[in-house]
Design a protein around this ligand. Structure first.
Ligand code: NAP
Length: 246
């Protein structure tokens, strides 16, 4: 599929967006929503089969899709991904840092160290690695969206590693925004509440999913924020189920 060229019809049409964790859940919903706006996509995640399936679906929306498996915890894996990105010879207009994991409910006294490490590695170190690599291919007018959580600002007992990773990721995001402001690169902190995705299979399998938002709702809010004219920016998005119970 040839790359779509930028047009006037949508501010996002013909732009190039990279989405981590895009083979399911919120990442795939954002990929679909951006493809519908005419964005060309680079999608990544670890599970290659799910990634290939997502890629086939997204290509049907008549945009160019590069699907490359990448483990955001691995500097080598992130380096390889960005070798391919540079090979496109196009600046990256949108980076959606979405890859993330949760962990089963455990109090701090019972939280295994490997679990702590895995969550911090993915949600915090991975965010740093991908962002740092992306900055080399992003120009004035581009936007970074970091998918955090309401857990970036409030805490859920039993989720210490997740809460800590998302609090840290918010500190990183706020710092990044101030560093990039003079360069004309916008940084959006996305703080969703409970969203009906597979992450709950780890976190709380019996969670009442009917009370949650859909991933499509979160994606719609992200696209609206990305469509704001370049001389303005949405800095933080908090989107929660209206019942407020989750
Ligand atoms: N669902 C919610 O209620 C909710 C609320 C607030 C924030 N969030 C955040 O939203 C983001 C997406 O989560 P989701 O709810 O959509 O869950 P999900 O369906 O489990 O999706 C997580 C995505 O991250 C990818 N991923 C996980 N570890 C990775 C790694 N090491 N390297 C690369 N990709 C990795 C997964 O693909 P692979 O496993 O194939 O790598 C998958 O695509 C997360 O950052 C999460 O914290 C979710």
């Amino acid at each position: 599929m040839p790359m779509r060229k930028p047009t006037q019809e949508s501010s996002l049409s013909g732009r190039l967006a990279l989405i981590t964790g895009a083979n399911r859940g919120i990442g795939l919903a954002i990929a679909r929503a951006l493809a519908r706006e005419g964005c060309n996509l680079i999608i990544t995640a670890r599970d290659q089969r799910a990634l290939a399936k997502a890629s086939r679906e997204l290509e049907k929306l008549s945009v160019h899709v590069l699907a490359q498996s990448c483990d955001v915890r691995s500097p080598d894996s992130v380096d390889y991904l960005f070798t391919l990105v540079r090979g496109l010879h196009k600046p990256l207009d949108i980076l959606i840092n979405n890859a993330g994991i949760a962990h089963p409910n455990r109090s701090v006294g019972d939280l295994p160290y490997p679990t702590w490490m895995e969550v911090i590695d993915t949600n915090l170190h991975g965010l740093f690695l991908v962002t740092q690599a992306a900055l080399a291919v992003m120009k004035r007018g581009s936007t970074i969206v970091n998918n955090l959580s309401v857990a970036a600002e409030r805490v859920f007992p039993g989720s210490a590693a997740y809460n800590a990773s998302k609090h840290g990721a918010l500190g990183f995001t706020d710092t990044l925004r101030e560093e990039l402001r003079p360069k004309g690169i916008r940084v959006i902190a996305l703080l969703p509440g409970a969203t009906d995705t597979a992450i709950w299979d780890t976190l709380w399998p019996q969670a009442p999913k009917r009370k949650m938002m859909s991933a499509e709702t979160v994606a719609r809010v992200v696209v609206d924020a990305l469509r704001v004219p370049e001389n303005a920016t949405v800095e933080k998005i908090v989107v929660r189920p209206s019942s407020g119970s989750l």
